[in-house]
Design a protein around this ligand. Structure first.
Ligand code: 6R9
Length: 646
C-alpha cells in the first residue's frame, strides 16, 4: 500500500521553533527524564506563587494508585491566563468575538479589558456566595461572558463545570446535581445559525430536578423577555456593585480547576476532573507546540466551550500563551457555506482548528463558497474530534489551504486535557488520516485483546504507558470508577477506548472507539445513555443502540427498539421516539435510524450481542459471524429482513 506523504513545507521548516531533530531530542528527553523535562517546562511556561520542586508522582497500579504532578507548587490559572500578560501586552487583543449575525460588529477584548471583566465577574460570583472549591455550572452561549465566567471561577478557585448549551434540561439537571452546584451561570438566550436557544427557560426546567441549585445568574445576551424568580439574578444588575479588582486565589497545583462531563461506555456521563497546574501546562505547551503559536497570530478554534476542545484551545491554552483567540458564536455554514472562510478573512486568521464533521458538511457544498474568499492569512489548519477521512483531509489541504498549510490532526480526549498524538508543523511529514506521532511525554502502546504489548507495525487497542501532566485526576465523586474505567482493562496502563494502527514509520492511525461510545459529529455519546432515554418512554420495553457509518457525522445513531406488548410500531411512534430522545439528552442525540424489533439477539445468559447489531446497522449482513450462542437465532433473520436505511 502506498500512502501519500506531505513533507514539511519550506516556509514552516524555516519558521518553526521545533524541527525534526529538535522534536526527536525533546521526545527522547521527555521519556528518559520525565521529571526533569516537565519541571523545566512547568517553570518556564507558568508563573508560580511557589515553584514546584517535584514533578510526576503517580502509579497506575491498584495498590498505590495515584496521579499527581507538581504537588508542592502554588499558582492561579486565571493569573496565568490574564494578569501576567498585562505588562507586555495589556493593550493587545486577547479575545476577538465574532457574532452569529454577520452584519453585527465583532468585539475585541484586550488583555487589560479581559482582566477587568474577569475580576468583576469573580466579584459578582463571590458576592453570591461562591468560594474556593465550590462548583459553578456554566450553561452559556458562545459569548465573551462565558469566557469571563470560566476565568472568574479559576480566579476564585471555584470549580467550573461547563455544560454544552445544546444539552436538555434533564441532562443539565443531572450534571448540576452530580457535582452539587449551588449556582448556574446562564444567559437569557443563545443564538446559533439565526436561531434562538432558550437557555434560561431550560435552566428553569432543570431547577425542578436539581434541588442543590440555589442561584441562577443570568447574563443579558439577546434581551429576550424571560421570567425572573426569587433565585434569579441579572448579571448586569449585580455588576453595579462589583469592584474591578479581585485578588487571585492561591491554589495548590493539584486543586481542581474544572469538571467536564463526558460519555463513557456505561452508566451516566462522568465528571472528568482536571487540576490546576498539570492541565494548564498541558494546554499551554501543546498549544504552543502543535500550532507553533507566535505573538500576533490570530488563533481560531471553532469548537464550543462546552467541549474540552473549547476549554483547552479557545481559552486556557491560547490565553496562557498570551495569544489572540477568536471566539465565534455561530455555525460554520450559516448564513451560507462561505461563512467560516469569511470569518477567516475578516479577522485575518492564521490558524484554524476545527472538526472533520464540519469539513465534510462544507465539502458537500462544493468549492465555490471557499473560492469566493481570500484565505491568504491562513498558514496552519488543524483538526480534532474524530478520525479524518483522507478525502476530507485533502480537500482541507488543497481547497481551503491552497496546498500551503500543514494539517495538524490532533488525537486526544477529554481525559487527556490536550493533544497527545499530533504532528508538529515544522517537524513532521504528514500522511492524510494519521495523527502521526506522540508529543513529548506521551508513551502510546498498542496491546492485543490479552493485553500483550505489540511491537512495530501493528493494530491493537491504544493505551498510554505513563502519566503526563494533563491527565485527568479522577471522576468527580467516584474515584473507584476512575480506576475501574481506565486502568483495569490492561493493568498498569491507561486505556483510551480507541483502536489504533501503527505503521512501519511509527505513525499512529486511530481507527475509532472499540467500546460502547459513539462519536457523532465529533461528540461523544454513550450508547447506554441513549438506551436509558428510550426505555424511559412508556411504550418501550427494551432498546439497544449502536453506531453506524454516516458520511457527514462520521457516526450516526442506530436504535433497535422493542415495544411493550400493548404497543405497536407506527410512523407516529417513530417520530415521537426521535423527539423524545432529543428532549431527554439534546439535539446531538438525534436518532439516524430506528428499527422496531420484535426481539433483540441475546446470548443464553441474556446479554445483548451488540457485535451483531453493529453489523446489521452497518449493512454488513453477510458477515454476522457465529450466531450459535444466541438463545434464539431466528431473531437475527427478522432484524436483517427489516433493517432500516438512514
Ligand atoms: C478532543 C476530543 C475523544 C474521542 C477519542 C477518539 C476521538 C478525537 C481524534 C479522534 C481520531 C483524532 N478522537 N480526536 N479520533 N483522530 N484526531 O474530541 O475529546 O470529546 O473526549 O472525544 O474522540 O475516539 O477517544 P472527546
Amino acid at each position: 500500500m502506498t500512502e501519500a506523504v506531505y513533507p514539511v513545507p519550506q516556509d514552516w521548516a524555516e519558521r518553526a521553533r521545533v524541527d525534526r531533530a529538535e522534536y526527536e531530542r525533546l521526545y527522547r528527553e521527555s521519556v528518559d527524564d520525565p521529571d526533569g523535562f516537565w519541571l523545566a517546562r512547568a517553570r518556564e511556561r507558568l508563573d508560580w506563587i511557589a515553584e514546584p520542586t517535584t514533578a510526576g508522582d503517580w502509579s497506575f497500579d491498584e495498590a498505590d494508585f495515584r496521579v499527581r504532578w507538581f504537588a508542592d507548587g502554588k499558582l492561579n490559572a486565571a493569573y496565568n491566563c490574564v494578569d501576567r500578560h498585562l505588562k507586555e501586552r495589556g493593550h493587545e487583543t486577547a479575545i476577538i468575538w465574532e457574532p452569529d449575525e454577520p452584519s453585527e460588529e465583532p468585539r475585541r477584548i484586550s488583555y487589560r479589558e479581559l482582566h477587568a471583566e474577569v475580576c468583576r465577574f469573580a466579584n459578582v460570583l463571590a458576592r453570591l456566595g461562591v468560594a474556593k472549591g465550590d462548583r459553578v455550572t456554566i450553561y452559556m452561549p458562545m459569548i465573551p461572558e462565558a469566557a469571563f465566567a470560566v476565568l472568574a471561577c479559576a480566579r476564585l478557585g471555584a470549580i467550573h463545570s461547563v455544560v454544552f448549551g445544546g444539552f436538555s434540561a434533564d441532562a443539565l439537571a443531572g450534571r448540576i446535581e452530580d457535582c452539587g452546584s449551588k449556582i448556574v451561570v446562564t444567559a437569557d438566550e443563545g443564538r446559533r445559525g439565526g436561531k434562538r436557544i432558550p437557555l434560561k427557560r431550560t435552566v428553569d426546567q432543570a431547577a425542578e430536578k436539581a434541588p442543590s441549585l440555589q442561584t441562577v445568574l443570568v447574563v443579558q445576551a439577546t434581551g429576550a423577555d424571560v421570567p425572573m424568580g426569587p433565585r434569579d439574578r441579572w448579571y448586569h444588575q449585580e455588576l453595579l456593585q462589583a469592584d474591578d479588582d479581585c485578588v487571585p486565589a492561591e491554589m495548590d497545583a493539584e486543586d481542581p480547576l474544572f469538571i467536564l462531563y463526558t460519555s463513557g461506555s456505561t452508566g451516566k456521563p462522568k465528571g472528568v476532573l482536571h487540576t490546576t497546574a498539570g492541565y494548564l501546562l498541558w494546554a499551554s505547551y501543546t498549544h504552543a507546540l502543535c500550532f507553533d503559536y507566535r505573538p500576533g497570530d490570530v488563533f481560531w478554534c471553532a469548537a464550543d466551550i462546552g467541549w474540552v476542545t473549547g476549554h483547552s484551545y479557545i481559552l486556557y491554552g491560547p490565553l496562557a500563551n498570551g495569544a489572540t483567540t477568536l471566539m465565534y458564536e455561530g455555525l460554520p455554514n450559516w448564513p451560507d457555506a462561505s461563512r467560516i472562510w469569511q470569518v477567516v478573512d475578516r479577522h485575518q486568521v492564521h490558524t484554524l482548528f476545527t472538526a472533520p464533521t464540519a469539513l465534510r458538511a462544507l465539502m458537500k457544498e462544493g468549492d465555490e463558497p471557499v473560492l469566493a474568499t481570500s484565505r491568504k492569512s491562513l498558514r496552519l489548519l488543524g483538526t480534532v474530534g474524530e478520525p479524518i477521512n483522507p478525502e476530507a483531509w485533502r480537500w482541507y489541504h488543497e481547497v481551503a489551504g491552497e496546498g500551503r498549510c500543514p494539517i495538524v490532526d490532533t488525537w486526544w480526549q477529554t481525559e487527556t486535557g490536550g493533544a497527545m498524538i499530533a504532528p508538529l508543523p515544522g517537524a513532521t511529514d504528514l500522511k492524510p488520516g494519521s495523527a502521526t506521532k506522540p508529543l513529548p511525554g506521551v508513551r502510546p502502546v498498542l496491546v492485543d485483546e490479552h493485553g500483550r504489548e505489540l511491537e512495530g507495525e501493528a493494530s491493537g487497542n491504544l493505551c498510554i504507558a505513563a502519566s503526563w501532566p494533563g491527565q485527568m485526576r479522577t471522576v468527580w465523586g467516584d474515584h473507584e470508577r476512575f480506576f475501574q474505567t481506565y486502568f483495569t482493562t490492561y493493568p498498569g496502563m491507561y486505556f483510551t477506548g480507541d483502536g489504533c494502527r501503527r505503521d512501519a514509520d511509527g505513525y499512529y492511525w486511530i481507527t475509532g472507539r472499540v467500546d460502547d461510545v459513539i462519536n457523532v459529529s465529533g461528540h461523544r455519546l454513550g450508547t447506554a445513555e441513549v438506551e436509558s432515554a428510550l426505555v424511559l418512554h412508556a411504550q418501550v420495553a427494551e432498546a439497544a443502540v449502536v453506531g453506524m457509518p454516516h458520511d457527514v457525522k462520521g457516526q450516526g445513531i442506530y436504535a433497535y427498539v422493542t415495544l411493550n406488548a400493548d404497543a405497536s410500531p407506527s410512523e407516529e411512534l417513530h417520530g415521537e421516539l426521535r423527539a423524545w430522545v432529543r428532549r431527554e439528552i439534546g439535539p446531538i442525540a438525534t436518532l439516524d435510524a430506528l428499527q422496531f424489533a420484535p426481539a433483540l439477539p441475546k446470548t443464553r445468559s441474556g446479554k445483548i450481542m451488540r457485535r451483531i447489531l453493529r453489523k446489521i446497522a452497518e449493512g454488513d449482513t453477510g458477515g454476522l459471524g457465529d450466531t450459535s450462542t444466541l438463545a434464539d437465532p431466528a431473531v437475527v433473520d427478522d432484524l436483517v429482513a427489516n433493517r432500516v436505511r438512514a
